[in-house]
Design a protein. Sequence first.
Length: 98
Amino acid sequence: MGLRVCTDSYVDHRQIRHATEVQAETLYEAAVMAVKVFRQDPWLEKIGPGTVLEVDIREPSTKHSISLQQVERWLAGATTNPNEASRKAKLKMMLVQR
């Protein structure tokens, strides 16, 4: 898989949509990278596990909705593939860093 440009967004409790653009190889990587960007922005409120992220992938264009809780469950899941295990470890570290 190659890097693809993704626009990730969510709607806060005031019904304001926030968006960021990231480059990622997978849906989960795009979600984690966006959460990291959102968490670093002092103007935004905390993103909780139930927050639904809209991930709009370009070329070819696809759109996904995924909650942070689903991402965290996937990261916690077991894998037998060493490449996926490495990717999960990297993404877990991104989520815990502020």
